[in-house]
Each structure stands twice: as structure tokens, then as C-alpha cells.
Design a protein around this ligand. Structure first.
Ligand code: ATP
Ligand code: MG
Length: 432
């Protein structure tokens, strides 16, 4: 083996089989459910004007202040690789006047996100999210539907024993006096806080609840809680969300310490924690953002959504013994016993693939025995032999690998034979 000259950048990874199959399963199942809930897919750029994220996510957030990959162009514009997809979807929603259509509008986006974080298990610099947004409904039933959808996706993947944590972050009206009260408390305990949290007191005090440092967590146990000072409207909204969730099913835990890290959140916020992961155990999270569309230059339209971390979800599935994919097998392997029948072989292979069968042959002129081993390795259900004798007789040798029984099948009967043998009901668009 050679020493690699180039390796993937820190915090990124090559996703190989079978990990890639598990991730495809996550994405396929989520797409199916998102369809049932009437969401439309949207593909937004992987980079945007830096200003959009600064405005949308908030200058004082960890993401904007230290985690964004920014770069310029020849004209002096500044761009950033997207650290999340909500801002891009909201920008597109405004840019294409999608708010003129009937509400609510439901969008999702799947793809890579980029944050300059310290790489560790479950925390990468390039990671993947399924991002889901519902725009144009401030009613609590929308919150409940979005939260139920998030749990439905995890349930569909077979993940069990997850904890759904729920809180309300209030609105601008109730948050302002609370912020003052919290700052007062934090000033009192400032000496015991970590350097980051001390900085947060000035810039983004609510974010202290996100701190993972044990000393800070301990001091915050006594901190005033926003949930107990919500204004009447936010209180009522939250009560309704809980009632709707009550009839829809997903169990939840109220956790006044759940405070999402981005500035734009209002009212309902939620996180889903997996018991099988270590420190980075939140596999999906989201909340309501009733001011974001307006803050990004659009009309005052409410919104909410969530993002599922595909990397952590896949890890949680792996740790729970959930493969998420079927073991692959091959319908057919064609073996040729004679080198000059390779043209005939590749022609048959092409016809069979166009008929919808997964099929393979050997390209390396291996011996019969080695070709047979390859067919075994690929878990071929049927092996077809093409040799001089067979061609002369107008037949093909067909071996059922499960029973090891072999028979001769006339050329013209092969497709029907295979449809029957492999349990296919429909023929694909025929060719050749
Ligand atoms: P954390 O508190 O773990 O940093 P976050 O609040 O920054 O998470 P969000 O912005 O809410 O995360 O993103 C939603 C989900 O995306 C997270 O719950 C997590 O599963 C995943 N995620 C976020 N950052 C990363 C990362 N750097 N690497 C892998 N997954 C991530
Ligand atoms: Mg983070």
C-alpha cells in the first residue's frame, strides 16, 4: 500500500459503503415522509452572500462569529459556505416572491453544511442535514405538526428511546426584560463561568444555556428561566402546542434549558437527543422563527422548521444495530468460457441490463473458476454461461445459485425464464 500523498481535509470525510447506503436510506425515507406531509424539495446554493447569514443567524452567534468559511471574489464581494440552510430557503422564498402563493408553504433541502468547528465525534466541518421549513403559519398546530414530523422520520428509521425536549423562547416582548434579568444573574456568577460564557453575557446571554462546560451548567441550574416569564400570548401559544402534541402522540419532556443557538428563534424550540451517542447527542433540532423572513427583507411572515443531522443520525442507527439497507445481491452474472465470445457476452449483458436486471461480467479475462468466484462474491442469484457449445445449440447455460441446479434455456426463452425465476412481474422497456 502506498502512503497517500493527499488526505481529506480535517473535519471532512469520504463516505464509503456501507455508510453511504445507510445515509441514502435516511434520505430516501425522509423524502418519502416529507412527501406525505406535502413538503416540496428546494435546492439552494451551498454558498451565499455572507451578509445573509450575519443578518439571519445573528452576528453574536458562535456560527457567525467564528464558524463560517468566508471567501471573497474579484469584485470584493464576501461569500460564505452555508452553515445551515434556513437562511438560504428564506432568501429564496423572498427572492422568488413565494409568499404571494397560498400559505403555508412547505420546503425541504438536503445537503452539506459547513462550519469551522473543532472536529470530534459527531462534530465535523462538513456535515449533512435534512432541513425542513414551514412558512406562513403562526398557529400552534403547525408547531405540533412539524415536531411530529421530525419524530416520525426518526421512528421510521427504527430509532428508539429518543428524548424530545421542548421549550418556548418567547417573543421580543417577553424576551427583552428576561434578558436583563438573566444578565443580572450571570454578572453575579461571572467568576465561575468559562471564558466563552463570560463573553456571551455581553453579546448573546441566552446562549450560555448551550454551554457544555460542567462548571457553567452547574451555575446555570439556578438561573432564571424564560419559560416562567412568558407573556400571555406566548404562554397561550405554548399551551396549545402541547395540547396538539398531546393528541398527535410524540412524548416530550419540557426542558427550560433548551435554548437554540441561533438568534432567529422565537416561541417553540425543540431538540431530539439519542441515548446511543456521547457528548454530541442531538440528532435533530429546530424551532419557530417568526421574525426571520422580515429580518431578511421580506414581509412579516411566520415560520418554523428543523434540521436533522444526517451524520449523527446515521451513527445513532449504527450504534443501535440498524443497518438501514438490504444486503446487496446481483440478479445475474454472465460467464464466458471462451475469450472470443466476449462480444456476444457483453451484448447479452447490455440487453439484460436494459431489461432492468442487475448484471455483471468479468472484464479481466479471468479463468472460469475465478469468474465463478466473482459471481459468488457478488452474491449473484443466477449465473449464465455462454460457451461455444451453447452458441451452436442456440441456448444458454443457466445456473440457479441457491439450488445449484443448472439447465439449458433457448435464447428466445431467456427473458421469460428470468422474469419468472427472479419474480419480476413487469418487463422494462425492451431493447435489443
Ligand atoms: P450543537 O449544539 O451540537 O453544536 P447546533 O445547535 O449547532 O448543534 P443546529 O444548528 O441546530 O446544531 O443543527 C441541527 C443538527 O445538525 C444538530 O442537531 C446536529 O445533529 C447537526 N449538526 C450541527 N452541527 C454539526 C456538526 N458540526 N457536525 C455534525 N453534525 C452537526
Ligand atoms: Mg453548533
Amino acid at each position: 500500500m502506498v502512503e497517500p500523498k493527499y488526505v481529506a481535509p480535517t473535519g471532512t470525510s469520504d463516505i464509503l459503503s456501507p455508510e453511504v447506503e445507510r445515509r441514502n436510506c435516511i434520505v430516501d425515507k425522509a423524502r418519502r415522509l416529507l412527501g406525505l406531509y406535502c413538503y416540496q424539495e428546494m435546492i439552494v446554493p451551498t454558498f451565499e452572500h455572507t451578509e445573509l447569514f450575519v443578518r439571519g443567524i445573528g452576528e453574536a452567534t458562535d456560527i457567525v462569529s467564528k464558524e463560517m468559511y468566508t471567501f471573497g471574489d474579484q469584485k470584493g464581494s464576501s461569500f460564505a459556505l452555508r452553515p445551515e440552510a434556513t437562511s438560504g430557503i428564506v432568501r429564496a422564498f423572498i427572492e422568488h416572491s413565494l409568499y404571494t402563493k397560498s400559505m403555508p408553504q412547505k420546503y425541504f433541502c438536503i445537503g452539506p453544511m459547513f462550519r469551522k468547528e473543532k472536529p470530534q465525534a459527531g462534530r465535523y466541518r462538513e456535515f449533512y442535514q435534512i432541513d425542513v421549513e414551514l412558512l406562513g403559519a403562526e398557529q400552534p398546530s403547525a408547531d405540533a405538526e412539524v415536531i411530529a414530523l421530525l419524530m416520525h422520520i426518526f421512528q421510521d428509521l427504527g430509532l428508539k428511546n429518543l428524548t424530545l425536549k421542548l421549550n418556548s423562547m418567547g417573543c421580543r416582548i417577553c424576551r427583552a426584560p428576561y434578558r436583563e434579568e438573566l444578565v443580572g444573574y450571570l454578572r453575579k456568577v461571572e467568576k465561575g463561568l468559562c471564558r466563552n460564557c463570560r463573553e456571551r453575557i455581553k453579546k448573546n446571554p441566552l446562549r450560555v444555556f448551550d454551554c457544555k462546560v460542567e462548571g457553567c451548567r452547574h451555575l446555570l441550574r439556578e438561573a432564571p428561566e424564560l419559560i416562567s416569564v412568558l407573556c400571555a400570548q406566548c404562554q397561550e401559544h405554548f399551551e396549545e402546542v402541547k395540547k396538539y402534541l398531546g393528541v398527535m402522540g410524540p412524548d416530550y419532556e419540557l426542558d427550560p434549558k433548551v435554548v437554540r443557538g441561533l438568534d432567529y428563534y422565537t416561541r417553540s424550540v425543540f431538540e431530539v437527543v439519542s441515548p446511543s451517542l456521547g457528548a454530541q447527542n442531538v440528532i435533530g433540532a429546530g424551532g419557530r422563527y417568526d421574525y426571520l423572513v422580515e429580518d431578511c427583507g421580506g414581509p412579516p411572515i411566520a415560520g418554523l422548521g428543523f434540521a436533522i443531522g444526517i451524520d449523527r443520525t446515521s451513527l445513532a442507527m449504527k450504534r443501535s444495530g440498524l443497518k438501514g439497507y438490504e444486503d446487496k445481491s446481483l440478479d445475474l452474472f454472465i460467464i464466458t468460457t471462451s475469450h472470443h465470445l466476449r462480444f456476444e457476452t457483453i451484448k447479452r449483458l447490455d440487453i439484460l441490463r436494459h431489461q432492468g436486471f442487475s448484471a455483471e461480467m468479468d472484464h479481466l479475462s479471468r479463468s472460469m473458476k475465478a469468474q465463478m468466484r466473482l459471481a459468488d462474491k457478488l452474491r449473484a442469484k443466477i449465473v449464465i454461461f455462454i460457451g461455444e457449445d451453447e452458441i451452436r445449440k442456440g441456448v444458454l447455460g443457466v445456473r440457479d445459485m441457491a439450488t445449484s441446479s443448472q439447465e439449458e434455456v433457448p435464447f428466445e426463452d431467456l427473458l421469460d425464464y428470468l422474469y419468472q425465476k427472479l419474480g419480476r412481474k413487469e418487463k422494462w422497456g425492451a431493447r435489443g
